[in-house]
Design a protein around this ligand. Structure first.
Ligand SMILES: [Zn+2]
Length: 410
């Protein structure tokens, strides 16, 4: 399915496949458009199945000219059946897409793989990004693997684990005194001045965003070439949420999947919920907010794809909900205790949103639900501090027995 142009999502004006992200006519966002595949569904399926166990098995659906084989293999993460989580929530069939299994432990490895491969095709020699943390990790690691210098711009108040795990790869870490939206504005200005820098989520954003489709492709392939009935995924910029659905649409269009789009449920933290607020108000217009939440990887107050996320939720009979920071902490524990998967705060948001939908009776027990867990718990370790007890004892059997009398040898 060859990429043929960049196309404005608002006025449909097309542009060549270069480093460009905004429409000159209407300032709308650009995205990659494709011509219909020349191959039959059987041939496409055969090519995918013969491909590597990475996201490059979906190369036919990605905007690259040549064969990309990144130095840091990404994707093909486990889709885990979560019966104990389903039982706890009174649901029938729940699957967890475990994106913590990527090289830098979040789904951002996908978007960076594609953005970096395209940036190299376009001749860029420095890689940069505006990040809430996970992207910083991924850009630093993939640039290191490719032997390219990286500049990573982050809000100065980011979780320490994310800053340390970025600097370790040798990237230049720039802590900006401001929130993510300020960092993003700065990067947009810098991208205008530095023609030889690829800011993965600014000037090569249309290619970057395509990387998220691979999560949707994998879910469908791992379900045996079937669609789930419902997907619950986090919403920050709204790009991942909408691209998962785009992946399903592309595969329905070319005959690899049958059926309708699943019900799409977006998850936000109450302290940064412009998309949930817009959905509740019945409008695609997302009024910018000033983020205040422990889910920093979702703390985008002015989400670029927010309106499209609202429209997708409306179109599929889904929704966009928000949960409190306490619910986020409980969500992290619920997922860890029932599946053995420890997620960061964003996954806490997503799990708590699933729990909320279940409690509200929105999900029929016959539904097959996929929960997208986008990042690892070690990135936001503070979120579980104080949520359980550590039992300190002297190194003697009596001390152990005294503490755990209920578990005494019988
Ligand atoms: Zn336009």
């Amino acid at each position: 399915m060859p990429a043929d142009a960049l196309k404005c999502k608002e006025c449909q004006t097309t542009y060549p496949l270069e480093a460009r992200y905004v429409c000159d006519r209407c300032f709308g966002p650009l995205e990659v458009s494709y011509t219909a595949p020349a191959s039959s569904a059987e041939e496409l399926k055969r090519r995918i199945q013969a491909g590597p166990h990475t996201l490059w098995r979906y190369a036919d659906f990605l905007p690259l000219e040549g064969a990309a084989r990144s130095a840091l293999p990404t994707g093909w993460t486990p889709l885990v059946r979560a019966d104990r989580l389903a039982e706890r929530l009174g649901l029938g069939e729940v699957w967890v897409k475990n994106e913590t299994a990527n090289p830098t432990h979040s789904f951002k490895d996908r978007v960076v793989s594609v953005a970096l491969a395209r940036a190299q095709e376009l001749g860029f020699e420095t890689i940069a990004c505006a990040s809430t943390g996970n992207l910083a990790n991924a850009v630093a690691a993939h640039a290191a693997a490719a032997g390219l210098p990286a500049f990573v711009l982050i809000p100065a108040d980011l979780e320490e684990a994310k800053i340390l795990a970025t600097g370790a790869y040798g990237a230049t870490v720039v802590a900006v005194k401001g929130n993510y939206d300020a960092v993003n504005r700065l990067c947009t200005e810098l991208a205008g001045d530095r023609a030889d820098w690829a800011f993965v989520n600014v000037n090569v954003r249309p290619y970057y965003a395509e990387g998220s489709k691979t999560l949707g492709f994998e879910v469908a392939e791992q379900l045996g070439w079937e669609l789930p009935d419902r997907v619950v995924a986090p919403v920050a910029s709204g790009s991942l949420f909408t691209k998962i659905a785009r992946a399903f649409e592309e595969w329905i269009d070319c005959g690899l999947l049958e059926g309708e789009l699943p019900t799409m449920n977006g998850a936000q933290a109450e302290g940064c919920s412009p998309v949930a607020q817009a959905f509740a108000a019945g409008t695609p217009v997302c009024r910018p907010v000033k983020p205040d939440t422990i889910a920093k990887s979702l703390a985008i107050g002015n989400p670029a794809d927010g309106p499209y996320a609202v429209e997708l939720a409306q179109k599929t009979g889904g929704g966009v909900d928000s949960v409190t920071d306490d619910e986020v902490r409980a969500g992290i524990r619920l997922l860890a205790e029932t599946t053995g998967i420890f997620t960061e705060t964003a996954g806490g948001v997503t799990t708590a949103t699933l729990a909320k939908l279940a409690a509200r009776g929105d999900i029929d027990p016959s539904e097959r639900v996929v929960l997208c867990i986008t990042g690892d718990g070690l990135k936001t370790i503070d979120a579980v501090r104080g949520t359980f007890e550590v039992n300190e004892i002297e190194p003697r059997v009596e001390a152990f027995d005294a503490k755990f009398a209920a578990h005494a040898v019988s």
